[in-house]
Design a protein around this ligand. Structure first.
Ligand code: B12
Ligand code: SF4
Length: 652
């Protein structure tokens, strides 16, 4: 980060005269003070009777300029849940005086955002409307900018927070142009975390004293007793997996990877929430009625193994499971050294961990060194993976393609090794991206490297910087081939054969999700189920299509998508038939011979459809027996239905 003295020039450049390292001193009552020295005067509401707070998680644009939106998503936004809890806490505190407060939240990845409609609904005499664009990452910034302008045009206050503004400004000597453009448009930017600060910002808003910029980067809050993200039915309904919630049990990471912005925003000291509060919240969420009950968690900590409260959280979850019958499971992110922490793996498994996401990043020591990640040792990977698998936990690794020493040949060798030698259960591939807020981005800017000027592409799915050994095309092709190679039918079959009763169905569901993303040509982390498109929500650099051509194109796209989903269901059904071992114990199955590709015997029905498709393609229709066709169609439909019932009920 830049030293405070140099930072002052930055504040002056946007018209501030800060007296300390923080720009703005919002007025908050003492109970809300957290690591700051704000005044104690409570600013009373101005001429307003009503405050409407709309929290919007913006999506991003696809390559054709349409907003990426799906019928259902996969992972609910933890930031949206966090901001919701913080807002509810402020509402309950009485800090906003006698104002009538209404809170609405919209996740644009699964819901349409219509600033004009919100304008018509809320623009009233005596009503103050505050739009919070939450958790805005770099790839979402262009969409957030467009939304911000549209909301401003409705006369609303707009505040943007999240990793882009926080990281970009933290690592830059002056306000980056895209952030300056927002300040010029009258939008407020919030840098850093707002636990203990949100009340003050809202009070400023209702007093018409909202500042252009609030900077809390220098004083990250103590999270111990801060409100926990509370999943709501509306968040859960937006996601395909039922009963799913998220908790960030801690923030910050002690490591120093050069491609990472987390350490420059949340810091290198891990701050943890109280284990007792987490356990209390998990118990409470579990006991909620019916659909509201939360049974599956994503602990979003970037590295749960370095959370000082990990053991207390695991012990609490074990007690919940074993003594109280509160059976929740969870997935978490850890580093490659986590298995060396005494008791960590065994307690995680007993506590209900079903999947770990390990930041492996590369198999090559030269790349790991170049990425500032010497703590990863490729020689230890197999042992680390086996350790998780023996404990019955699915081992999912993150793999970055595009480190300086990568070539197409080396990457494809590595993908093969992930599948055949290391035998990871799942892999997610990312293209190395110089994210603003990371040392890599800072170094590239200082070196005058030509980077992609469109932040919409900074989604780890596009090549955004030059690569020393691959052209952009080759890099992109290699990236896509890595997905196709790893998620081949044969390899998925071997992955499923290695699962136990507890992990089998969650892996099947993940494979469906990943195959759906591949069919859509997008990254799983940015994809949900069934892509939706709104004709008029298009990036301003693209024309709005006329109704009829748009409709015709959509009909073709929808037909392609439906065919794609049918193909995925049939493929998964076949995999299920080949792998649904009626397991009578919970031990992992070992693969027959993991090193040989071990070609698959397809079931007779699949072989029949292959022959039929071939005959139709060659127009050899006389080869088709109508009776056999009808009979096999009925058998196939029955088999697919049986698979869907088994998938729904998670039965073998
Ligand atoms: C969980 C997670 C996801 C989840 C859900 C996203 C979410 N926000 O919940 C999923 C899987 C969808 C996801 C996907 C991706 N992610 Co992600 N994700 C995370 C992770 C691990 C945790 C997010 C979180 O819950 N943090 C805790 C919350 C509370 O912190 P916060 O978001 O910063 O919010 C606080 C403040 O910023 C502020 N604030 C935020 N918004 C607002 C708004 C207002 C009005 C105010 C007042 C304050 C405010 O207040 C909050 C509370 O203090 C972060 C890393 C991290 N440590 O945060 C990466 C991270 C955000 N993801 C990242 C990336 C790159 C991605 C992907 C592009 C692909 C990928 N590599 O995985 C996709 C893109 C998704 C998309 N376009 O929608 C980067 C973003 C960097 C950047 N500058 O863009 C991060 C930082 C990780 C990294 N590798 O560096 N991600
Ligand atoms: S270990 Fe993960 S969170 Fe920590 S600095 Fe490296 S990439 Fe960032």
């Amino acid at each position: 980060m830049w030293p405070a003295s140099e930072k002052k020039n930055l504040w002056h450049s946007i018209g501030f005269s800060p007296d300390e390292d923080r720009v703005v001193r919002p007025h908050v009552p003492p109970r809300d003070r957290q690591g700051c020295e704000w005044d104690t005067e409570v600013r009373m509401p101005g001429p307003y009777r009503r405050l409407v707070i709309v929290l919007v998680r913006p999506s991003k644009y696809d390559d054709e300029g349409y907003v990426v939106r799906h019928w259902r998503g996969t992972i609910p936004s933890n930031t949206l849940s966090c901001l919701t809890s913080l807002t509810e806490d402020v509402m309950a505190s009485g800090d906003l005086g006698g104002l009538e407060v209404r809170l609405e939240r919209i996740d644009e990845t699964v819901a349409h955002v219509d600033p004009r409609a919100l304008g018509r609904r809320y623009r009233r005499e005596g009503t103050k409307v505050v739009i919070g664009l939450v958790g805005v990452q770099t790839n979402q910034f262009p969409r957030a900018q467009d939304l911000a302008r549209q909301f401003k045009a409705e006369g609303f206050e707009v505040i943007i927070g999240g990793f882009h503004v926080s990281g970009a400004i933290a690592m830059s000597p002056s306000v980056p142009p895209e952030c300056q453009a927002m300040l010029d448009a009258g939008v407020t930017l919030v840098l850093g975390e707002v636990e203990g600060r949100w009340s003050g910002i809202l009070q400023d808003a209702v007093a018409d004293r909202l500042q252009p910029l609030y900077d809390f980067l220098g004083s990250p809050p103590d999270l111990t007793d801060m409100p926990l993200p509370r999943p709501s039915l509306s968040t859960m309904k937006g996601a395909v997996p039922a009963h799913v919630g998220s908790i960030d049990a801690g923030r910050g990471c002690p490591f120093a990877c050069s491609f990472c912005s987390i350490i420059n925003v949340q810091g290198r000291t891990v701050r943890a929430r109280s284990a007792a509060r987490i356990i209390g919240q998990v118990r409470e969420n579990y006991r909620l009625e019916g659909q509201h009950s939360v049974r599956h968690y994503f602990f979003t900590d970037d590295n749960f193994a370095r959370n000082p409260e990990w053991e207390a959280v695991f012990d609490g979850l074990i007690r919940l499971r074993e003594d109280e019958g509160v059976v929740v499971d969870f997935m978490m992110q850890v580093d490659t050294q986590a298995t060396r922490i005494a008791g960590f793996v065994d307690k995680a498994a007993r506590a209900g961990c079903v999947q770990v996401f390990v930041g492996m990043e590369s198999l090559r020591e030269d790349n790991l060194k170049a990425g500032g990640k010497p703590q990863n040792r490729a020689a230890d990977y197999r042992e680390m993976i086996a350790r998780w698998q023996e404990a019955g936990v699915v081992c999912h690794v993150g793999y970055i393609i595009g480190f300086p020493y990568d070539t197409r040949e080396r990457v494809m060798e590595d993908v093969h090794a992930l599948a055949e030698t290391l035998r990871v259960d799942q892999a997610s591939f990312f293209m190395l991206t110089p994210i603003p807020g990371s040392r890599d981005h800072q170094a590239a800017v200082q070196a005058g490297t030509v980077l992609d000027a469109d932040y919409n592409n900074y989604d780890s799915f596009h090549a955004t910087s030059p690569h020393p050994r691959m052209s952009r095309d080759e890099w992109t092709r290699t990236f896509h081939d890595a997905w196709t190679e790893f998620y081949s039918f044969e390899h998925m079959r071997r992955i499923l054969l290695a699962q136990n009763r507890e992990t089998y169905w969650s892996v099947v569901k993940n494979l469906i999700w990943y195959r759906a993303a591949m069919m859509e040509g997008a990254h799983p982390m940015l994809t949900g189920f069934f892509r939706l498109k709104d004709r008029t929500s298009r990036r301003s650099t693209f024309p709005i299509e006329r109704r009829w051509p748009f409709f015709r194109r959509r009909v073709r796209e929808v037909a392609r998508t439906v065919r794609g989903y049918l193909a995925i269901v049939v493929e998964m059904q076949e995999l299920w038939l080949l792998t649904r071992v009626r397991r009578d114990d919970s031990r992992r199955q070992t693969r027959p011979n993991p090193c040989s590709p071990d070609r698959v015997e397809h079931d007779p029905l699949t072989a029949y459809w292959r022959r039929t498709r071939r005959a139709v393609a060659r127009l050899e229709l006389w080869r088709l027996n109508p009776a056999a066709l009808a009979w096999n169609f009925i058998r196939g439909t029955r088999q697919v239905l049986a698979f869907l019932v088994a998938l729904h009920g998670e039965r073998y």
